[in-house]
Every structure is written in structure tokens, then in C-alpha cells.
Design a binder for this molecule. Structure first.
Ligand code: FES
Length: 517
């Protein structure tokens, strides 16, 4: 299969394809536990691991398949090097908070390593140095400032004039002794461990509400209730959004291709400083080395067609690695917060037993572990030095980041208006097999996708969250909302995001389409 054919197939994550994950049934009864964890990704599973070890009775409720969300679509770098960030952090939040941020992420990485060693988990864990490099003279001063920030914070690393990887560069900042692994081999072990140690795990269990109180009741879509003293929202976008997270987080998508390289790889993990982002690490595929090339992030539902993002990565791989074979392609969604520091901790000041972890800004392998460790400490009543830094309540008095919030929400308002004004020039008859697009039906905007067999799927493109118009994602064959990142299948079912209701389906054989758009 050539690269063009490979790209035209459905996306597949290498991590997901190479791991046999256990399967769990849907929750169909009422339960009472100590801790209910909503979300079965790395945050939820790691928190469950720590809490069962402390003797808590835990239930994990996953809306879809365990480890199948952003966790199964990461690049899986375990690093405290989050791009060029520490100089920025020192400037914005001060040296003390920047040091805490580094320390929290460093310890999170060390924690993963300890767990791997403790249980002898075979997950291709490997220590690697991490590099942010540039090939643009304009960025050298930023690298210089970042190297100074490393010195100030005592980070092992600094400026280097060249990198081991043979690609054009004018210098880099290295952080020593970071790591990479196969995240699903690691987490599959943890899932088995928590199950053997009494955790209750459910898949296809959609949580759609919660009653708060001394004992909380988590409610599922099919009518089951889970009573718990503590609830952890580890569902990526928080399932319980009484604090308006949607208005203080920005959703982004990014892309990965796994390739066979013609050139030997010298080791290391790399990301450039300039745009578009290009990130490279190696991985082990049945004893053979492959490369994961990723980047091209953009705000969800906005910008050029998603397939062009993969094509850009393919071109880059071809130039840099003489790659001739794409093995896998996949994409992921991530959220950024107003100050780029995740929201981890008690969801609100007056909600002592309800916790959230979100806004990891594509650095989820360490932030998820920061979150799991922090939740465990808070539940056990132990001091945690990082509580104040990550607390989601820090924007209750939003003065500090008000400009950012205004900018974020101005973009949302612009999307809302432009979506309503757009009049698609395509009609249903124009949609070819394998193609999706916004179409005009009786003058109103709708969304149509025709599969390879010619079957047509039509939806109302009004997002059920707050009414923006969703756009076609050609890379994943989904409808993506440009406002707060809700995503839907081509049949209108929810993939992720703040929306809790599917898109309205329209019967293409019996179109009676009236709308208030
Ligand atoms: Fe908020 Fe669509 S996700 S309007």
C-alpha cells in the first residue's frame, strides 16, 4: 500500500493497534464506592492505581473504550520539557511557581519509572534526552532565554550548538534524562493491577449528571447511579462543567504519522521551536525501530483541511528521513488553559471532594501523573506542594488572565457568527464517495458524508453545546466544533467535548429540514 492509499484509510494509532486491551461491560446497576473516577485514560487509571493501593474502593466509568481517547493517541514523551516554556513561566508566574511546575513534572516522570521498575512492566521504557531545536536565527534568542531559565531553576541541561539528529538546526536546548515508552503497554498492566485489587471498571458508560453533597451521586445515561464520597473528573473535558471550563480552555488538534526511516536514528526526542511544530521520537515495533513524526496543531474545527496536515507531515518525513512508508496515522485533541498551566485539583473552593484534571496542553504523560498523585494526596488529607499552583480555582478572580479569556471568547464569537453567515455552495448530489462537506438544503446549512459504498449520512450542523456550526474534519471523518471543541461522528454521535447531546440526524431519503438557523 503506498502512502497516498495509507492516508486515505481510517486513522489508526500504533499504540492502540499493538496492544490487546481488556474489555469491560457497561454499568447496569447502582453502586456505592469510596471514589468514582469518570474517565478511563491515563489520569483515571493512574489515580485508580494509587487509590486501590491505599485501600479505597474505586469505580472507573469510561464513556467509550478504556485508554481509547487522547491517551491512546499521544506521542508518549515522558518529559518535563514542554517546548520553550520555562522562561515564559518565570516571566508570567515568577520563579517560585516555575520551579514548582518543573518539580511536579519531573517527579511525575520519576513516579512512572518507579512503577515500571516496581512491577517489571515491559513497555519499551527508555531514557532519552529531550531537545527543543530551531533552524531559525530568530528563535536563537528564545533558546538562549530558555537556557538561562534552566540555569535559574536548576534544570539539568542547557544550550547546545548541535543535536544528535541529522536535521538542519542552528542550536537547541536540551533537558537531560527524560524518557519515552509505549503508553498502552504500561497502562494495560495498571488496568489489570487495579482490577485484581478490587477496582470496578466499566466501559460504554456515559455519565451525564451528578448530584453533589456529602455523598455524591454520579448518574449515567442508562439510569444507573454511583454513590461516592469522592469524585474525580478525569474525562479530558470535565464531564461536570458548573465552573464554565469551556470558556477558559482552548481545544487543539495535532497529528502523528509513524514511519519507517531510511536513515539510522541516533536516539533523543526532538521538537522544534518555530511553527509549524515538528516533533520526532522513535518507537519499537516488533523489534524494529520506527519514528513518530508529529505536529501541525491547530484550533479544533478551524483552519485548512485536516488531511493536508498529514500530507505536510509526510512531506517533512520524506525530506528529513527519506521515509518511504507510512505505517500508521492518527490525531489527538488537547486543551490549553488561560495561563498554559493545567487545571488540577478541587474543582471549586466549596467542593472539597470533587476533583478535576484537564488542560494538559499536549504534555499529558507527566501532567496526568501530577494529577493522580495530587488527587491521592488531597483525598488522604496529605500536604501537596503543587496544590496551589494547579488549583482550578485560580481564575475565580480572573484579573490575571482576563486578556487571554477575552481573546479566546472573541474567537468563539467570531466562529459563531461566521458559521451562521456561511452559505455552503455544495448540495447533497455533489458529495462523492469518501467525501464529507457542509451542504445547502433548502437554503439551510447541513452536513453530509457519503461512505465508500455510496451511503449518505446527513446531520444538522448546529452544535448541541452552544449552537456554533460544526465543520467537516477530513482527517478523522468527524464533525468538529470550532468554538469549544466538541466532536461528533459522521452520524452525529458524540466523540468528545462539552456537548452532551448528539447532532440531529437528518434522513436523506425523507428530507423535511426546517431550521431556525
Ligand atoms: Fe461549544 Fe460547540 S462546543 S458550541
Amino acid at each position: 500500500m503506498d502512502n497516498e492509499q495509507k492516508l486515505s484509510k481510517d486513522p489508526q494509532s500504533y499504540w492502540m493497534e499493538s496492544t490487546k486491551r481488556p474489555v469491560f461491560s457497561e454499568l447496569q446497576e447502582d453502586l456505592s464506592v469510596d471514589v468514582a473516577i469518570v474517565g478511563g485514560g491515563i489520569t483515571g487509571v493512574t489515580a485508580a492505581y494509587l487509590l486501590v493501593k491505599e485501600g479505597f474502593r474505586v469505580a472507573v466509568l469510561e464513556a467509550s473504550s478504556l485508554l481509547g481517547g487522547t491517551t491512546g493517541h499521544t506521542t508518549a514523551k515522558i518529559t518535563a520539557q514542554h517546548g520553550l516554556f520555562y522562561d515564559q513561566l518565570i516571566q508570567k508566574l515568577g520563579e517560585e511557581k516555575a520551579r514548582l511546575y518543573y518539580q511536579a513534572n519531573k517527579e511525575a516522570g520519576e513516579f512512572v519509572e518507579q512503577v515500571i521498575k516496581l512491577h517489571g512492566i515491559e513497555c519499551d521504557f527508555r531514557k532519552e534526552d529531550a531537545y527543543v531545536y530551531t533552524n531559525s536565527a530568530d528563535y536563537l534568542k528564545d533558546l538562549d532565554k530558555e537556557a538561562k531559565a534552566y540555569e535559574t531553576l536548576g534544570i539539568d541541561g542547557g544550550f547546545v550548538e548541535d543535536i544528535p539528529l541529522q536535521i538542519a538546526n542552528k542550536g537547541a536546548v536540551v533537558m537531560k534524562n527524560q524518557a519515552q515508552f509505549h503508553p498502552l503497554k504500561y497502562l494495560t498492566f495498571l488496568v489489570e493491577y487495579i482490577q485484581e485489587n478490587g477496582a470496578l471498571i466499566y466501559e460504554n458508560t456515559v455519565v451525564n449528571g451528578m448530584d453533589e453533597g456529602d455523598t455524591m451521586t454520579v448518574k449515567t445515561k442508562n439510569g444507573s447511579n454511583v454513590q461516592a464520597k469522592y469524585v474525580i473528573a478525569a474525562s479530558h473535558f470535565p464531564f461536570h462543567d458548573d465552573k464554565g471550563f469551556f470558556a477558559r480552555m482552548e481545544p487543539e488538534r495535532s497529528y502523528v504519522i509513524a514511519i519507517k526511516s531510511e536513515k539510522p536514528f541516533p536516539g533523543g526526542m526532538y521538537i522544534n521551536a518555530e511553527k509549524p511544530t515538528r516533533s520526532v521520537r522513535s518507537a519499537n515495533m516488533d523489534g524494529e525501530e520506527i519514528l513518530l513524526v508529529s505536529g501541525d496543531h491547530h484550533k479544533t474545527g478551524q483552519g485548512k483541511p485536516e488531511m493536508e496536515r498529514y500530507q505536510a507531515l509526510e512531506q517533512y518525513a520524506q525530506q528529513q528521513f527519506a521515509s518511504h512508508k507510512i505505517l500508521y496515522r492518527w490525531s489527538a485533541q488537547d486543551y490549553s488553559t488561560l495561563d498554559k498551566v493545567p487545571y488540577i485539583g478541587r474543582i471549586g473552593k466549596n467542593q472539597p471532594n470533587l476533583f478535576v484534571g484537564t488542560g494538559y496542553r499536549k504534555w499529558g504523560m507527566t501532567h496526568s501523573n501530577v494529577a493522580a498523585l495530587l488527587f491521592t494526596d488531597l483525598i488522604l488529607g496529605r500536604e501537596n506542594p503543587y496544590e496551589a499552583l494547579f488549583t482550578p480555582s485560580r481564575f475565580d478572580a480572573p484579573q490575571a488572565s482576563i486578556q487571554k479569556a477575552i481573546k479566546m471568547n472573541a474567537n468563539v464569537a467570531a466562529q459563531l457568527v461566521s458559521g451562521k453567515l456561511e452559505s455552503p455552495d455544495k448540495e447533497l448530489k455533489d458529495i462523492k464517495p469518501g467525501e464529507g462537506a457542509a451542504v445547502s438544503i433548502k437554503g439551510a446549512r447541513a452536513g453530509a458524508y457519503r461512505n465508500e459504498q455510496g451511503e449518505l449520512f446527513v446531520v444538522d450542523t448546529t452544535c448541541t453545546h452552544m449552537g456554533c456550526e460544526v465543520n467537516w474534519n477530513s482527517g478523522d471523518r468527524t464533525w468538529d466544533c470550532p468554538c469549544h471543541g466538541s466532536r461528533f461522528t459522521y452520524e452525529g454521535d458524540i466523540v468528545e467535548g462539552p456537548a452532551k447531546t448528539p447532532l440531529k440526524k437528518i434522513d436523506p431519503d425523507n428530507i423535511d429540514y426546517t431550521t431556525s438557523k
